[in-house]
Design a protein around this ligand. Structure first.
Ligand code: FAD
Length: 503
């Protein structure tokens, strides 16, 4: 066992956790191949001239003690830092942050999750609230009989007016697919991903149903909850893990892309790697392969003739991609009553006349993400598809477009922009449409390959947060150590109903 070779694909949270677990629990010295030049995958932090960008805004929280203990090995919790004062400890800390995120819609702020109070009703307006109520009542008496699409699903549960107001456009913004092209079953299984709409719908629906269940007394704690956050962004955590992996004898090769897999009937025998630095390709034999690369690419990498159906379904798997514009500003136009920076970590931009989906205020995640504390450091997030109009725009054009959108909704003045950068991240969201309905065919095929372990977010084509990605890695390593043949316990991670990323 101890002289076996383990190849790990990807240096994101899943791959790094797998490597660390192997190093701690066995004598195996794993090798990680990472196609990009960065550590941390989607959870990396990009340093732009001393200002740091967190792609997506990564809250560190988990229900799992294993995950919390893991994190605390690499960064010291702020509250436990006092008695360990060294320079290392001063920087390697997990801050404890208050969370506030709101919805910006109709040029107004709505609490998130929505609270059904006077301000919400006032923001929506009497006419809109009445229409929502009437259309909700209508659908209660005259529901769509056969629910085929996600649109039917929403309308049946919330009425057409509420669907039109909150669901239709935002779903399109996030996914790039209209609700009437998404299967209704997706709503039942995956509604938790559409959190803004869900929160608003929940609050408004409760006006019309007798058994109101809005726990007003809990609202404050829900709105302003706490989470952990590395002083210099999520990448700091994963850089520290990578450092330790190398220290313990593991190897991490950046700019090394896995492009091929050789398999016998039930095993991978070798992995083909492209060293992008030298533009060279080589094969490496492996006893075990742990993969966090996207399943679509993994299947394409198999060199043996594999089942055409598996290939076809994998080719049809879809993803949503992501672009962030980092904007450095002298000030925001929009301010608190006390003339201070608005307190949100991030804001959901539900406005229809702009394409921006979310706005991060990095100062409020960690002041240490911003080089000059007097400046404002924003992240404007766009959901898109690789190759579409947004993705293909020239960087400067895209920056101008993003600035004009923020000016339009009244957040900034153009003259206050000091600097800017564009970041493109492919495959940020594995989609639950395309050929996903037939995903089990791929899963069954891959599960039969005994020495292959799928972990992580795109590695399992699932909305895994960091903690889920880590737990799947821990489970995979446990299976390797204990010779457990089934992969069911890895697939069982993150099957609970609660979904954290958008809550
Ligand atoms: C907008 C957004 C917000 C999020 N917010 C949160 C949050 O608040 N809290 C939270 O816990 N999680 C959050 N997440 C989820 C978190 O980013 C992921 O769960 C986590 O990064 C997944 O880790 P991973 O290792 O599975 O995958 P990834 O981070 O995707 O890492 C996979 C790695 O594999 C590499 N790779 C791919 N193909 C190959 C190949 N062929 N060869 C070699 N290497 C390859 C990639 O370059 C990448 O580095 C968020 C995600 C997004 C998109």
């Amino acid at each position: 066992m101890n002289n076996k070779r383990v190849v790990i694909i990807g240096a994101g949270p899943a791959g790094l956790t797998a490597a660390y677990e192997l190093l701690k629990k066995t004598n195996i010295k794993p090798i990680i191949y990472e196609m990009s030049e960065n550590i941390g995958g989607l959870s990396q932090t990009i340093n732009y001239k001393g200002n740091r960008i967190d792609i997506g805004g990564h809250r560190f929280f988990s229900k799992s003690d294993k995950v919390l203990d893991f994190w605390k090995k690499f960064l010291i919790l702020e509250s436990e830092q006092d008695n360990k004062k060294s320079l290392y400890n001063k920087d390697n800390i997990l801050l404890i942050r208050n969370r506030l995120s709101r919805i910006f819609f109709l040029r107004k702020f709505f609490n998130y999750p929505i609270t059904l109070n006077l301000s919400t009703l006032k923001n929506l307006g009497f006419l809109r609230v009445t229409k929502i109520g009437l259309s909700y009542l209508k659908v209660k008496f005259l529901p769509i009989k056969s629910e085929k699409t996600l649109q039917d699903f929403f309308v049946n549960r919330f009425g057409n007016e509420l669907y039109e107001t909150f669901f239709k456009d935002y779903t399109y913004k996030v996914w790039g697919v209209p609700c009437n092209r998404i299967d209704a079953s997706w709503g039942a299984q995956r509604i938790r991903g559409l959190s803004i709409s869900k929160a608003i719908a929940h609050a408004i629906k409760s006006v019309f149903v007798k058994n109101k269940d809005i726990k007003q007394k809990n609202i404050e704690t829900t709105l302003i909850e706490k989470f952990m956050y590395p002083k210099f962004g999520p990448g700091q955590m994963w850089e520290n893990v990578a450092y330790k992996i190398r220290d313990l004898g593991g190897r991490i090769y950046l700019n090394h892309e896995v492009i091929g897999l050789k398999n016998s009937l039930n095993n991978i025998t070798s992995v083909k790697i492209k060293n992008k630095n030298l533009d060279q390709v080589f094969d490496i034999e492996s006893d075990y392969v742990i993969s966090s690369m996207p399943i679509k690419d993994l299947i394409a990498a198999f060199n043996k003739n594999i089942d055409q159906n598996v290939k076809k379904i994998a080719t049809g798997l879809e993803y949503r991609d992501f672009m962030t514009v980092g904007l450095l500003l002298n000030k925001l136009k929009i301010k608190t009553k006390e003339n201070k920076i608005i307190p949100d970590n991030w804001i959901y931009i539900q406005e229809r006349d702009v394409k921006v989906g979310r706005l991060q205020i990095f100062n409020n995640w960690s002041p240490y993400l911003v080089k000059d504390q007097d400046k404002i450091w924003l992240g404007l997030e766009y959901f898109c598809n690789q190759g579409d109009d947004l993705w293909s725009m020239q960087n400067q054009d895209f920056i101008n477009f993003a600035i004009s959108e923020l000016c339009k909704i009244g957040f900034i003045e153009k003259e206050d922009v000091i600097d800017s950068v564009v970041i493109r991240m492919p495959k940020t969201y594995p989609a639950y449409f395309g050929t996903y309905n037939n995903f089990d065919v791929i899963k069954n095929f891959l599960d039969k390959i005994e020495n292959l372990f799928l972990i992580g977010r795109n590695g399992m084509h699932r909305y895994n947060n960091m903690d889920h990605s880590m737990l799947s890695a821990m489970q995979a390593v446990g299976n390797i150590i204990n010779g457990i043949k089934t992969k069911d316990n890895i697939w069982a991670v993150n099957t609970e109903k609660e979904y954290h990323e958008t809550k």
